[in-house]
Design a protein around this ligand. Structure first.
Ligand code: NAD
Ligand code: UDX
Length: 464
């Protein structure tokens, strides 16, 4: 197999940035160039002030500090990076389509296709093209068809190498993954290409954890892994509603079932609903593929995971309204957290956005504190829903950079993200500053319910 000396990654986002930083850190003899069309993003990746990196991930700054300028580079010059590389990772976004056939379900592959066309146009030497983005099964076929019609004699091998990192723990996930999955064509050339990529990972990952498969299994496994994970969250969230109605406690139930080694303890945390850029998009994609293949029952089965998640978010918002005597109009509702989970500044599909949208419909005055999310981002998230004018969103949602200020005078607090710092606040002081009765809706079960009730709060948690 060819020894890789130069890697290009197209897409400097939540996946491309951290993944390539670690790959460069562990392979000092490989030149790794991460490129993006977004000039500001690349400028931020190159900022000498590491607190300005475009994404927040614990530990990312140290790895960038170690490798950047040595063998890790961030650039907007896509053509040069393609030309120079033996191996090209495509790590661009693949959002749910917002137009045309498959709208609201299928993955939008236009950015992927643009990359393939650009590679086809620029390449003058043989390349291994790696799908790092999450893609519908059979996408490699389309990429191959675009690449193979360049007519300049350049040979391409296409691999699928989906990324399993979770945000907030990306650096430890990358340094120590459960497995790395590489799919490729089962031909002599395909197997050689697979081996070239195995060798890149083998500098830090034990061989036994590097799994190689055919390309369709690899593409599909990524969608299936996310579907299974999301399904666990929807399952426990469904049970949380049953717990609330029956007097059982969802944390006790989760513990009791999680100790069964066949079920396992992870991913059983009831919440206001899963968010993030992946779960919903990838399940919708799986549903769409199943429907396209005529597999109605399969599609319906997985779609239920999304239906339950939407229900959990709605239920949380409705519970706030009904508990506050059926009206929140003009009342101050304070949000703790806006990110879709702790330790990230990512807000894509965050439950907070949907809960806020519902409460704005009820004319609540929302005040938000999140340690990592900016006011500009929060407004952009709300405006993206297109429910009302930008001016109205601005009127109804105010962002505070001081948590105590956000909570002052509030009728109710809603915890939307499980940031650790929320547990350490002076809850007595917060209680004194609020309107009475002071309500807390803990959408993440992170606060000490008994301690808060002793102070005088009325607390509603998930599944208790
Ligand atoms: P992202 O939006 O953070 O980053 C994508 C980047 O690609 C953007 O900066 C965009 O400007 C750039 N881009 C788009 N088209 C381009 C082009 N033609 N040339 C150069 N740059 C271009 O997205 P992400 O979260 O990093 O996700 C990327 C892919 O990885 C998606 O398919 C996603 O499903 C998958 N994935 C994401 C995660 C996650 O946790 N975010 C985890 C696993 C897999
Ligand atoms: C997910 C997958 O875990 C990862 O393997 C894949 O590469 C990308 O998608 P991510 O979305 O970053 O990662 O975070 P994850 O930890 O999976 O959480 C997703 C959402 O589910 C979050 O909103 C989280 O709060 C929620 N969640 C997770 C729960 O509500 N309960 C749980 O028990 C676990």
């Amino acid at each position: 197999p060819k020894k890789i000396t130069s890697i290009c990654c197209i897409g400097a986002g939540y996946v491309g940035g951290p993944t390539m930083a670690v790959m460069a850190q562990k392979n000092p003899d490989i030149k790794v160039t991460v490129v993006d069309l977004n000039k500001q993003r690349i400028a931020d990746w190159n900022d000498s002030d590491l607190s300005k990196l475009p994404i927040f991930e614990p530990g990312l700054d140290q790895v960038v500090a170690e490798a950047r300028g040595r063998n890790l580079f961030f650039s907007t010059n896509v053509d040069d990076a393609i030309r120079e590389a033996d191996m090209i990772f495509i790590s661009v976004n693949t959002p749910t389509k917002t137009y045309g056939s498959g709208k609201g379900m299928a993955a939008d592959l236009k950015y992927i296709e643009l990359c393939a066309r650009q590679i086809a146009q620029i390449a003058t030497t043989d390349k291994i093209v790696v799908e790092k983005s999450t893609l519908p099964v059979k996408t490699a076929q389309a990429i191959k068809s675009i690449l193979d019609h360049t007519g300049n004699g350049v040979k391409f091998q296409i691999l699928s190498n989906p990324e399993f990192l979770a945000e907030g723990t990306a650096m430890t996930d990358l340094a120590n993954p459960d497995r790395v999955l590489i799919g490729g064509e089962q031909t002599e050339e395909g197997l050689k290409a697979i081996q070239s990529l195995v060798d890149v990972y083998a500098t830090w990952i034990p061989k036994a954890q590097i799994l190689t498969t055919n390309i369709w299994s690899s593409e599909l496994s990524k969608l299936v892994a996310n579907a299974f994970l999301a399904q666990r969250v929807s399952s426990i969230n469904a049970i949380s509603e049953l717990c609330e109605a029956s007097g059982a406690n969802v944390e006790e139930v989760a513990k009791a079932i999680g100790m069964d080694s066949r079920i396992g303890p992870k991913f059983l945390k009831a919440s206001v609903g899963f968010g993030g850029s992946c779960f919903q998009k990838d399940i919708l994609n799986l549903v769409y593929i199943s429907k396209s293949l005529g597999l109605t029952e399969v599609a319906d089965y997985w779609e239920q995971v999304i239906i339950m998640n939407n229900h959990q978010r709605d239920r949380f918002a409705n519970n706030i309204v009904s508990t506050l005597y059926n009206t929140v109009s003009g009342k101050k509702i304070a949000f703790l957290g806006w990110a879709f989970k702790k330790d990230t500044n990512d807000t894509r599909e965050s439950a907070a956005i949907y809960v806020a949208d519902k409460l704005i419909d009820e004319q609540a005055q929302i005040s938000v504190y999140d340690p990592k999310v900016t006011a500009v981002q929060m407004q952009a998230d709300l405006n993206y829903l297109n429910t009302r004018s930008e001016a109205e969103n601005e009127n109804f949602v105010k962002t505070e950079t001081d948590a105590y200020k956000a909570l002052e005078g509030a009728h109710a607090i809603a915890v939307l993200t499980e940031w650790d710092e929320f547990k350490t606040y002076n809850w007595q002081r917060i209680y004194e500053s609020m309107s009475k009765p002071a309500f807390v809706f803990d959408g993440r079960n992170v606060l000490d319910k008994t301690a808060l009730e002793a102070i005088g709060f009325r607390v509603k948690a998930i599944g208790k």
